[in-house]
Write a protein that binds this ligand. Structure first.
Ligand code: NAD
Ligand code: MG
Length: 391
């Protein structure tokens, strides 16, 4: 029996995780549930899953959460604030942590789970993009496991011998990340000038949170995933390739030196990756239907358009620059995406903001979490300044 903390329980990954958990009451229990401000949704999840602990990140909502749970007759501990979130990730109520908070807001709790030696199921890609080496050190020091939930990385994990081995010794030549191309695949820059947030969030294959949906539309999501793959699997930038595959059935591939290419396929439904990560090294049913390849044929593959979708090129640039450049890229992107979602920045200007902030803040070595968070703040301020000057 695994006791699972679902950090970001009210989100898209959180909901899919709870769906898989509910299918296996003999194996998994959701013992910790957390959310940012969605107090009503969190209370409803507590009624359904009966956790030991519920954490609402916004302290102003703790009393309301407690009141709702008392009214519903749910007896569970209630806490709030960032420190409570971190304590929950590291605490005794769970042995497994699903890190499914969106953005840099998930960094501290992800690191805390790693340091505490939890089985860390990582969806929160921004934390490994920001703090890759620090996160891996924390996992090693804590003695737990790090299992990728992001579908591409979960696919690669499945195609490698024994999880996350040293690539060279395993005869791996390169990692091939597939990208759907997002809702605007094939469009020119001129056709992207007036894109609205709702258009950008309408992904052809996946239903996801709004931030990652915009990242998928700009291809920044694939850029973050290239950096994530670099850290997770120890692959140099030159050994990571991106290929556009609009059907999202091949979730990624590993090419070996003998020319073999292993791929992991399945319907585009995050419950496959989540079930794999939850049960690893075993397998459990996930609720995902069988793949009907004949009905999906022909499978298409094409090169990404780096001139139109510049965010992918900028992510490669940050990875090659090394140090804290990926953290700067991530911070600038979070600010730019928020502005785009608020209707305050044109779609194409997201890449401009990221590029300007990367140019303003050359890469520095990553020392510790404190300096990294300071750098994150500096990059956000720089991005806001660029935004003010642009609008
Ligand atoms: P979402 O927006 O649907 O959910 C985000 C969750 O994080 C919510 O529960 C929210 O309450 C919580 N949260 C947001 N801000 C917070 C804060 N400041 N403090 C504490 N909690 C906060 O997002 P999602 O689509 O589920 O994505 C979650 C993470 O998983 C992201 O990093 C994303 O890149 C990654 N991911 C998502 C998918 C997908 O299919 N949705 C696939 C791969 C990776
Ligand atoms: Mg992905």
């Amino acid at each position: 029996m695994h006791n699972v903390a679902v950090l970001g329980a009210t989100g898209s990954i959180g909901g899919n995780t709870l769906d898989v958990i509910a299918r296996h009451p003999q194996r998994f229990r959701a013992t910790v549930l957390t959310a940012h401000r969605q107090v009503e949704a969190l209370a409803a999840l507590c009624v359904q899953h009966r956790p030991e602990l519920a954490v609402i990140a916004d302290p102003a909502l703790e009393a309301e959460l407690a009141r709702r749970l008392a009214t519903a007759g749910v007896r569970c501990e209630v806490a709030s604030g960032p420190a409570a979130l971190t304590a929950a990730a590291a605490g005794g109520s769970c042995d497994t942590v699903v890190a499914a908070i969106v953005g840099a807001a998930g960094l501290e709790s992800t690191l805390a789970a790693a340091r505490a030696g939890k089985r860390l199921l990582l969806a929160n890609k921004e934390s490994i993009v920001m703090a890759g080496p620090l996160l891996l050190q924390a996992v090693a020091a804590g003695g737990g496991a790090l299992i990728p939930v992001d579908s591409e990385h979960n696919a690669i994990f499945q195609c490698l011998p024994g999880g996350r081995p040293e690539l060279r010794r395993s005869g791996v030549r390169r990692l091939v990340l597939t990208a759907s191309g997002g809702p605007f695949r094939g469009r020119t820059r001129a056709q992207l000038a007036d894109i609205t947030p709702d258009q950008a969030c309408k992904h052809p294959n996946w239903v996801m949170g709004r931030k990652i949906s915009v990242d998928s539309a700009t291809l920044m999501n694939k850029g973050l995933e290239v950096i994530e793959a670099h850290h997770l699997f120890g692959a140099p930038a030159a050994a990571i390739e991106v290929v556009v595959h609009p059907q999202s059935l091949v979730h990624s591939m590993v090419e070996y030196v003998d020319g073999s290419v292993l791929a992991q396929l399945g319907n585009p439904d995050m419950r496959t990756a989540i079930a794999h990560a939850l049960a690893w090294p075993e397998r459990v049913e996930s609720g995902v239907s069988s793949l009907d390849l004949a009905a999906c044929a022909p499978l298409q593959f094409e090169q990404p358009d780096l001139d139109t979708f510049r965010c992918l090129a900028l992510a490669f640039q940050a990875l090659r620059a090394g140090g804290d450049a990926p953290a700067v890229l991530n911070a600038a992107n979070e600010v730019a995406v928020e502005a785009f979602l608020a209707g305050a920045l044109p779609f194409l200007a997201i890449a401009d903001v990221v590029e300007a902030v990367l140019a303003e803040l050359p890469a520095q070595a990553v020392v510790d979490v404190g300096t990294l968070c300071e750098r994150d703040r500096t990059a956000r301020e720089a991005a806001r300044r660029v935004l003010r000057n642009a609008c």
